[in-house]
Design a protein around this ligand. Structure first.
Ligand SMILES: [Ca+2]
Ligand SMILES: [Ca+2]
Ligand SMILES: [Ca+2]
Ligand SMILES: [Ca+2]
Length: 355
């Protein structure tokens, strides 16, 4: 579903919809293909591909909209705007000749007005608590949450993302376009001596984090440990000894036994904390297939957390859980050890601590 995102954009673009094209994109090869018959004759003005009488500067060059209505004033006409009531100006995006309105899941609603921008839905998502987070991606669908953090990974990691001192270099995380056109961040260092971790600025009291990843390659045996993993990190902070402590949720593979699992663990620097690991055997493939991950940490009482880790490839799902004597608060991020992994997006909601 997630990998169809930019393909869908490309299909829409090639199919003649103007939703994702620049307002001044002109005919762009569709000058005589409006397909309506009668207006597309040989004498049609190539600057007026949709035959609505507006030439250069048409705010929907491929959809007839003589009135040029543009209620949100983003210079994309209502008739072809993926968010007609929310400003979402087209942006330059890798793989496209001109600026596009971004619609990550390709469901026709632009990211800025899609209540679950990573989950395609045929109809607008329900939102009973009115917090702007759709029910399919709302950890608390009837309780208002703070605004979600959404990043569709269309651009390289910005200044809001850093690597911890013991977590490799930010340069390890690059914007990569897959053969199917999907954009995301790939951690490319095949390192079996340390983790490579990216953290988002700011601390969450509790965390609900969704991502989708594709493992491209797994390092062979050797190194600090035989365990290779790609995870969401959350609850990141320092302990009293100055070590990095955090929760990890994602996929893990043992390079020696080739056993795989969906793993949930408390980690200290690069290692699992003794006894604070729950792994659920994963028979599905690890390399080459999208794996959707949902990591969650809720406070149960002062200084204690209930952790959950969902992994799903669409056919199989696992959800190990763990109760820990540690606060759920901390930073959220992505983490890779001994793998080359591509991440599609991150969507973060802060659940409200029970009072
Ligand atoms: Ca508009
Ligand atoms: Ca969408
Ligand atoms: Ca959606
Ligand atoms: Ca909510």
């Amino acid at each position: 579903m997630m990998r169809r995102n930019l393909l869908a954009l490309a299909a829409a673009l090639l199919g003649g919809a103007c939703t994702f094209s620049s307002p001044d994109a002109g005919g762009g090869g569709g000058a005589d293909d409006d397909g309506t018959g009668g207006t597309g004759g040989p004498g049609t003005n190539p600057a007026d591909a949709d035959g609505d009488g507006i030439g250069a500067g048409d705010n929907c060059p491929m959809v007839a909209n003589k009135d040029q209505a543009d209620r949100d004033g983003d210079e994309v006409g209502d008739a072809c705007d993926s968010c007609p009531m929310v400003e979402n100006s087209p942006k330059m995006t890798m793989g496209f000749d001109g600026p596009i309105q971004r619609d990550h899941d390709g469901d026709g609603r632009g990211d800025e007005c899609d209540l679950c921008p990573h989950l395609a839905s045929a109809t607008p998502d329900a939102d009973p608590d009115g917090d702007g987070i759709g029910t399919p991606c709302d950890p608390e669908p009837t309780s208002k949450n703070p605004p979600a953090y959404w990043n569709g990974f269309y651009d390289a990691p910005d200044e809001g993302w850093q690597t911890p001192a013991k977590g490799g270099s930010k340069a390890d995380w690059q914007l990569v376009r897959r053969p199917d056109g999907a954009l995301g961040w790939r951690q490319s260092a095949m390192d079996v001596s340390q983790r490579h971790q990216l953290l988002l600025s700011g601390s969450k009291q509790e965390a609900f984090v969704q991502t989708s990843m594709i493992v491209d390659e797994v390092a062979g045996p050797g190194g600090l440990t035989t365990l290779r993993s790609a995870t969401v990190s959350y609850g990141f902070g320092l302990n009293s000894f100055g070590d990095d402590v955090y929760y990890s949720c994602g996929v893990r593979r043992d390079a020696s036994s080739s056993a795989s699992d969906i793993v949930l663990a408390v980690q200290i620097d690069d290692q699992n904390a003794t006894g604070l690991v729950n792994a659920d055997s994963w028979g599905g493939g690890v390399v080459g297939a999208p794996l959707a991950v949902t990591a969650r940490a809720d406070r149960t009482q002062q200084g204690e957390s209930a952790l959950r880790c969902g992994g799903s490839d669409g056919a199989t799902s696992r959800e190990p859980t763990l109760g820990v004597n540690r606060s759920p608060a901390g930073q959220v991020g992505l983490r890779v050890f001994g793998m080359r992994v591509w991440f599609d997006y991150v969507f973060i909601v802060e659940p409200r601590p029970a009072t």
